[in-house]
Write a protein that binds this ligand. Structure first.
Ligand code: CTP
Length: 400
């Protein structure tokens, strides 16, 4: 499955470093070319010779140990990787990756690579739950780094909890899955809207909503991982916009409509995860409104429904809508899907804990014209994005 793929395997210094030997071996068996970089601490747990023998390549620990004068090894390896895997990843290497430190061969090569990175953390349960580690992993996740979560069980330090490196078989499966899904949306132009819109009252005041942009950003990132050419149209968002994705910033629903319509003809898939304001102030004051009377009324007028407009104009485009609901989800979702002429509709019950605005997780139900396709349990927005795009890819393939 991995024939022709070059994988750089970074091994950092935790007790699980010995398990990286099995990962290296299985990757080789699956046909990959594997180059191993170890941290100094990793060599205290397992000898470089083990990896050298399994990978049939020199193992690099020291940035200055340049064996081949024709190349600079950290740049050469960084450029050569189709995928960079860090397993096990200690709290230390995760922190270095999050903050751009480069003080040894592994961290320097990680900083120099433009290849996708998959991280399999392993550490003590309290370290794994430390706010600093959580924040660092979140930063990396928002930047598009993939994670294979650690398992729960007996840890080498004596504690029972989450932090045990996922089994080598599972890590290799995740790597194989990455390569299998990488081409699913190859050559497809995907337009994703994310965040909330801003409807101006005057130069210093506006109406908006709580959308963080996380769901749309996760979709944009997942679409890119699947090989798509992605454009993000973003309103107001508090989450970190994934770097390296073509981004168009907008404010109001009207701006968003213009930005989307301008690109619609040249788009294969539109995913409307943005929380668009249904109404805007009838007038936007050009100067700050002064306070006068005890009460004040702002008249609102209806915004054009972007999704519905796309539905009316669609020719070959595949359209995915979203619906935020608090009751009668199935009924409302199917009504929106039909009314707005969508191919798929993702509904979330925003009244549920862990779903909707601001959360890192979501609980969604996906519908097509025939009804419910998938009811997903609570999962990260990244995983929801992946599952949604698998549905899109399957349908696009059938239609090709
Ligand atoms: N949407 C849109 N333009 C609008 C309002 C909504 O494109 N002016 C899109 C959203 O991006 C989302 C979908 O419509 O993909 C559903 O949004 P939602 O707020 O759940 O639905 P509404 O159509 O506004 O319906 P209601 O407020 O009645 O629930």
């Amino acid at each position: 499955m991995l024939k022709g793929k070059t994988i750089v395997l970074g091994v950092s210094g935790g007790i699980a470093a010995y398990k990286a030997a099995a990962i290296c071996s299985k990757l080789k068996q699956s046909g990959a070319e594997v180059y191993v970089i170890m941290t100094e601490s990793a060599t205290k747990f397992i000898a470089p010779l083990t990896f050298q023998t399994l990978s049939r390549h020199d193992v690099i620990v020291d940035t200055f140990d340049e064996k081949d004068a024709s190349v600079v090894s950290h740049i050469d390896l960084a450029d050569r990787a189709d995928l960079f895997v860090v397993a096990p990843a200690t709290a230390n290497i995760i922190a270095k990756m999050a903050h751009g430190l480069a003080d040894d061969m592994l961290s320097t090569t990680l900083l120099a690579t433009t290849a996708p990175v998959l991280v399999a953390p392993a550490m003590n349960v309290h370290m794994y739950e430390h706010p600093a580690v959580i924040a660092n992993m979140k930063l990396l996740g928002d930047r598009g780094v993939l994670f294979v979560e650690p398992g729960t069980g007996q840890l080498a330090c004596g504690y029972v909890g989450k932090g045990r490196l996922e089994e080598p078989e599972r890590i290799v499966e995740a790597i194989e899955r990455y390569f299998a899904e990488k081409q699913l949306l190859h050559g497809k132009k995907v337009l994703v809207t994310a965040g909330g819109t801003v409807e101006r009252i005057d130069p210093v005041r506006y109406l908006t909503n709580d959308s963080s942009g996380k769901m749309g950003f996760a979709i944009a990132e997942a679409a890119r991982i699947m090989g798509a050419d992605v454009t993000l149209v973003v309103g107001k968002a508090s989450a970190y916009i994934p770097p390296g994705i073509r981004t168009v910033r907008v404010q109001s629903a009207e701006d968003m409509l213009d930005a989307v319509m301008e690109r619609f003809g040249d788009t294969d898939i539109v995913i409307k995860a943005a929380a668009v304001a249904d109404y805007r102030p009838a007038e936007t004051a050009t100067q700050k409104i002064k306070k006068k009377d005890e009460a004040m009324t702002i008249q609102l007028v209806k915004n054009k429904d972007i999704l519905q407009t796309l539905g009316q104009h669609k020719t070959t485009q595949f359209i995915v809508g979203f619906a935020a609901e608090t009751e009668n989800i199935d009924e409302h979702a199917l009504d929106k899907l039909q009314r707005k002429n969508c191919d798929l509709l993702v509904a979330n019950d925003v009244s549920q804990e862990g779903a909707g605005f601001g959360y890192d997780t979501n609980i969604v139900r996906i519908y097509d014209g025939n009804g419910l396709v998938e009811a997903l349990p609570i999962m990260t927005k990244q995983e929801v994005a992946r599952r949604l795009l698998l549905q899109v890819a399957e349908r696009i393939k059938k239609g090709d």
